[in-house]
Design a protein around this ligand. Sequence first.
Ligand SMILES: Cc1cc2nc3c(=O)[nH]c(=O)nc-3n(C[C@H](O)[C@H](O)[C@H](O)COP(=O)(O)O)c2cc1C
Length: 213
Amino acid sequence: MKTLIINGSPRANHGNTQLFIDHFQSGLTQPLPVRYVLRENPTTLALEMNDYDTILLAMPLYIHAMPGIVMKLFEAMNPHPTNHKKIGFIVQAGFIESSTARYLENYLSSLAHYLNYTYLGTVIKGDAAACSILPHFFFGKLFKQLKALGAEYEKNESFDPNFVEKLGNPVYLSKFQVRLLESCLVKKLDQIGWNWNLKRNGCFENRFDQPFL
Ligand SMILES: Cc1cc2nc3c(=O)[nH]c(=O)nc-3n(C[C@H](O)[C@H](O)[C@H](O)COP(=O)(O)O)c2cc1C
């Protein structure tokens, strides 16, 4: 059973998707090959994916959707003549609640069906934007769950529904969390991180530019 992991992040091996893949792999006895959509020609990669029995595609959520480079890869894939192939997805996102990735999840399950692959499901994890910024001990629980997900995958060639459920929590924000976030918005606390990043990248003064108008 040959599995290929695909990293669909525009930040390739420098982002949070890579951390997810690394911790998933830490649960395996044999590391799986990883390919980076960013560095590949989509048509060539789509062809080479046919050499594997199972594809695990990990990606970040960008604007409630998949990154454009992942879309290009999907457009290069053709339905497989046999239904012996499997595909599963890992989507990690910045917003806390996993329901924000639901539209993408629906798309991915339909895509698997269209491509004639058995759909292994989509693991969704929110609140992951700071994984590669904060010290790793902040994410100890998440990394353990990813390791266990990897170990279970190696045993059963599927995603353990227990871990899928745990990682997907919360599906929605509670009323209390919504109120807390709203009060942060009123006090403009949400801008602290953004402004810091804008200054760090030397574009703070241009933050209201509208180049396409
Ligand atoms: C351009 C862009 C758009 C994003 N859009 C969303 C979004 O719609 N919902 C969300 O929950 N997170 C969003 N995020 C946050 C990313 O999903 C999150 O930071 C993720 O961990 C990035 O993974 P990466 O480092 O592999 O790119 C966005 C990030 C970027 C850079």
